[in-house]
Design a protein around this ligand. Structure first.
Ligand code: ZN
Length: 304
């Protein structure tokens, strides 16, 4: 097991939400051991904290949303992917709007700024779950399975027939260094032909050519260049790592995802937590048991 980590200092990000299109600022702050990642929604009128936990995930349509019934924070997954990959276990994420800014559509800017700010090792171990028996979930024609492996490896397949993306498969043997080079720059992607449908549903109101990797089905090509030959499947690996951040431990295993996405990713997280609890008879703090007192003190002392 490794030690827990936090940030050396605060980091501020400004940007727009991919789905809401609204301007938002976000500040990452260092936090003591065993805090986990805790979002604080603070729009001057409402102050609410939402721990990064599967218990607070309510919406997985085109993004992962946290919701505690009084505040909502959408599209957390690219930020949490950067935090999981850089092993930032304890961190306060203060946000003044309903959606994490999309930045360039990948996790690159979060990664770059965290590395610039510095990472501090803390004096407590990070729990881990080493997979011994296969765990799987299925939904429609999709599945995710995790097999025993001494590390974290991901094999991912996506399939978009009759489009310039087609079928892509990528195997990624995780290390932080490889994540930075091979995954962190992969942007969220979409098709020009789908824009009307999504905007009718109130989605992707902040999307543009600077924050989405755009494909045209009609012209059978990518419209705004590629950062990797197989950028879409690498982005899906980025998203899956963002979902792994919902686990209260580090996962060691070989994950195979076939046509995965936010919905089945969160089903998988629930199943892994269930089996971890059963295997170890361990108790994981639920939303009722989380140390609210510490967080209320933190709100009073640190948030104006
Ligand atoms: Zn994504």
């Amino acid at each position: 097991m490794r030690k827990q980590n936090t940030l050396q200092k605060e980091i501020r990000f400004e940007g727009i939400g991919l789905h809401t299109g609204n301007k938002v600022s976000l500040i990452l702050k260092p936090a003591p051991v065993n805090t986990g990642v805790v979002f604080i929604y603070n729009d001057q009128k409402v102050k609410e904290f939402l721990p990064l936990s599967i218990d607070f995930v309510t919406d997985t349509k085109n993004n992962i949303t946290l919701n505690n019934g009084r505040a909502i924070i959408k599209t957390i997954e690219h930020l949490t992917s950067a935090l999981y990959a850089l092993k930032i276990d304890n961190c306060i994420v203060e946000i003044n709007g309903k959606e994490v800014p999309i930045m360039d559509g990948s996790s690159k800017i979060f990664v770059d700024e965290i590395l610039k700010a510095g990472i501090v090792e803390q004096n407590e171990l990070k729990p881990e779950f080493v997979v011994i028996n296969p765990i799987w979930v299925r939904h429609e024609d999709k599945f995710i399975v995790v097999l025993p492996y001494n590390g974290l490896k991901i094999n991912y397949t996506i399939s978009f027939p009759n489009s310039p993306i087609g079928t892509q498969n990528c195997t990624f043997d995780f290390s932080t260094e490889k994540y930075i080079k091979e995954i962190s720059q992969a942007r969220t992607f979409g098709f020009l032909e789908d824009i009307d449908e999504y905007t009718k549903q109130g989605l992707i109101l902040g999307a543009n050519f600077e924050n989405v990797h755009v494909f045209s089905k009609k012209e059978n090509k990518c419209v705004n260049g590629s950062r990797y030959d197989d950028e879409p499947v690498r982005h899906k690996i980025l998203d899956l790592i963002g979902a792994l951040a919902l686990l209260p431990f580090e996962l060691k295993g070989y994950i195979i995802s076939y046509k995965g996405g936010h919905h089945i990713d969160t089903m998988f997280i629930k199943k892994v937590i269930e089996l971890y609890k059963a295997d170890f008879k361990a108790s994981i703090p639920t939303k009722r048991e989380i140390k609210y007192n510490y967080l209320f003190d933190f709100l009073d002392n640190n948030i104006q």
